[in-house]
Design a protein around this ligand. Structure first.
Ligand code: M6R
Length: 612
């Protein structure tokens, strides 16, 4: 969950490293550090506790550290509290090896004890210091070079890592290794970059190498060579990144989150256009053929956080349209519960980053059982994208705010397309219905734009309720799935205690928490369930709740019950999540702004959860 950057070239490294770390700060932000090799061939390290801004001030924007080769790190603490001492880079006792790390070294205690027996001393509580000193240990023990020493350390380390390392005696090179944690290499004439994610280097190059699992890289100035764990050279073809560099900038918006909320129509449009051709869907490179679709007996959707909520909504859509049984599981539960998988299951893993540790583990578990897997992924070349049998790329572009919005919406568009195609191929809808659904799918971006035009009403409401302490989101069916995502947005960026409840379940316990002024959002986009949910809203209102209603235009009777109502354009009942979520994202956003919080980087969270 940390961010790593490396630079080897002819420009001053520190400002480039700081700039890259700023793009990666979404991955972790409790401390940071830089190591730069100076003109005297010494490695200088500067670290700071707290936000990257503090490191930048401490180094005068990087100008205080001269040198054209260096590494940087922004940390989300796993081993050891956030402190300067625990911040990366870490260095071996005699300054032979300096490195940064993202991931978790599971057997670090055992390795530490081994190193202690060999007279190594430890100044931090981190697993990273152990990894760096282990590399140093092997280098000295076998009198070998960096690639050999790293490879030997890799065979001993259990867990996940992306490591970027400098060696005192190899002045013009940086070395990298990865297993289950993201790391990319970028090159251009005379310069080489390493980073946890593409936005960190997008400004400098679009030529990117996706270093494979358990591989090592040697980076010169403008060159990259790769080796496997047996130290044999491997060929990796560079890829051209298509993302627009500006997509990773705020572009005039106050926060990335509000920018990304506004980019949702485009994300959905691009994702739909990638597979809808005229009156039909073509999955093309995903490799999902009609034959495969016909052979599927059950779908299991596995994901975390908002991606899990996409799965919750997808469940209703798949079952209703394609009549295939669907289970939706939290990846962190699925991976440890010894799931009973059937040979004609399709396991769908949904993930923006493609690096979420639990989702990746769930994917691997399904593959080990010989089950067909499909990843719905936003980040090209990410671990899940590389390991899933089939991949459906969402085209949301880089998402920087920790709270997902446009990636969530693009994922929804992807699952709708899958459900529609599955329904057609399996004969549960006819051609006319198929075309109607596709036509309606195409109208979603325009309808999303309409909702965004009316955002000031939500802003006003959020400002009025910025002191809310508890909030409940209630709904039935798809509206329950919408409530779950609305509630998550509220708690993660506004720090308001909030819960999503299946509306019919309230009176089995939770309603006792409702008192005078408790804010309750009733989500009523499903015509069939409208009256049922409305009666649950009446129940909470009569116990003092202040009610916000969220429904489609036309359902005006909600105003008899709700104190404040937000309407969304009418759409097919299967697709309402895509529209109803926007006011709820805006509510979370504006409440966070009104409370003066750090919208894009909420406390304790990181964008990409690469530890379990
Ligand atoms: O990268 P992923 O889609 O796998 O991430 C899953 C969750 O960590 C993510 O959706 C998280 O819940 C978001 N912060 C929610 O806004």
């Amino acid at each position: 969950m940390c961010g790593i950057v490396g630079y080897n070239g002819y420009d001053q490294a520190a400002p480039i490293l700081l700039d890259g770390l700023e793009k990666l700060e979404y991955r972790g932000y409790d401390s940071s550090g830089l190591a730069v090799r100076n003109g005297k061939n010494e490695i200088e390290i500067v670290k700071a506790k707290g936000r990257l801004r503090i490191l930048s001030e401490k180094t005068d924007g990087g100008n205080a550290l001269a040198g054209s080769c260096g590494i940087g790190h922004t940390r989300w603490a796993t081993h050891g509290e956030p402190s300067e001492n625990n911040a990366h880079p870490h260095i071996s006792d005699d300054k032979n090896v300096t490195g940064v790390h993202n991931g978790i070294i599971e057997n670090y205690q055992e390795l530490k004890e081994k190193l202690l027996r060999h007279n190594y001393r430890f100044y931090s509580d981190t697993d990273t210091e152990v990894a760096i000193k282990l590399i140093d240990y092997y280098m000295k023990k076998y009198s070998e070079g960096p690639v050999d020493s790293i490879a030997r350390a890799m065979t001993r380390i259990r867990g996940s890592y992306a490591l970027v390392v400098m060696f005192r005696d190899y002045p013009d090179e940086i070395f990298c290794a990865r297993k289950d944690s993201p790391l990319i290499i970028g090159t251009k004439e005379g310069e080489t970059f390493a980073a946890s994610d593409v936005p960190a280097i997008l400004k400098y190059t679009r030529t990117v190498y996706y270093i494979g699992n358990q591989q090592i890289a040697r980076l010169g100035k403008g060159t990259a060579e790769f080796f496997d764990i047996d130290r044999e050279p491997v060929e990796i073809e560079p890829k051209e990144v298509k993302w627009d560099a500006e997509a990773a900038e705020k572009g005039g918006f106050e926060h990335f989150m509000i920018k990304e909320i506004h980019e949702q129509p485009k994300a959905v449009r691009d994702t739909i256009n990638s597979i809808v051709k005229g009156n039909s869907i073509e999955f093309g490179e995903t490799g999902i053929s009609d034959e495969i679709i016909q052979g599927i007996g059950r779908i299991i959707i596995v994901a975390c956080g908002s991606a899990y909520h996409v799965g919750m909504a997808a469940q209703y859509v798949f079952e209703d349209l394609a009549k295939i049984p669907v289970r939706v599981e939290l990846a962190s539960e699925f991976r440890y519960r010894d799931p009973l998988l059937l040979k004609d299951d399709l396991v769908i893993v949904i993930s923006q980053s493609g690096e979420t540790a639990d989702s990746l583990a769930a994917l691997r578990l399904a593959k080990e059982e010989g089950i067909r897997t499909l990843g719905i992924i936003n980040v090209v070349g990410s671990s899940i994208a590389r390991e899933a049998e089939h991949v459906f790329y969402t085209l949301a572009g880089p998402e920087i705010a920790v709270a997902t919005t446009k990636a969530y919406s693009a994922q929804l568009a992807a699952v709708y397309a899958l459900a529609i195609q599955f329904a057609k191929v399996r004969g549960t809808i006819d051609q006319q219905k198929y075309e109607e659904l596709l036509a309606e799918l195409g109208t979603l971006p325009g309808k999303m734009e309409k909702i965004l035009e009316d955002k000031e009403r939500i802003q006003w409401f959020a400002a009025k309720y910025s002191n809310a302490k508890d909030m409940f989101f209630i709904g039935r069916g798809i509206d329950y799935a919408i409530s779950m995502e609305g509630s998550l947005k509220m708690k993660e960026i506004s720090y308001v205690h909030s819960e999503a409840y299946a509306a019919g379940e309230l009176k089995h316990g939770t309603i006792s928490l409702v008192e005078n002024g408790t804010l309750v959002v009733g989500v009523c986009t499903q015509n069939r369930l409208f009256e049922k949910t409305r009666s649950n809203m009446v129940e909470v209102k009569s116990r003092g709740a202040y009610l916000m209603g969220l429904t489609s235009y036309g359902n005006y009777s909600i105003e008899d019950t709700a104190d404040f109502t937000v309407y969304i354009p009418k759409t097919d009942q299967h697709f309402t999540t895509s529209l109803a979520i926007i006011p709820l994202q805006l509510l979370g956003y504006y409440l966070s702004v009104a409370r003066g919080l750090n919208v894009d980087k909420p406390r304790n969270l990181a964008k990409s959860v690469t530890v379990e």
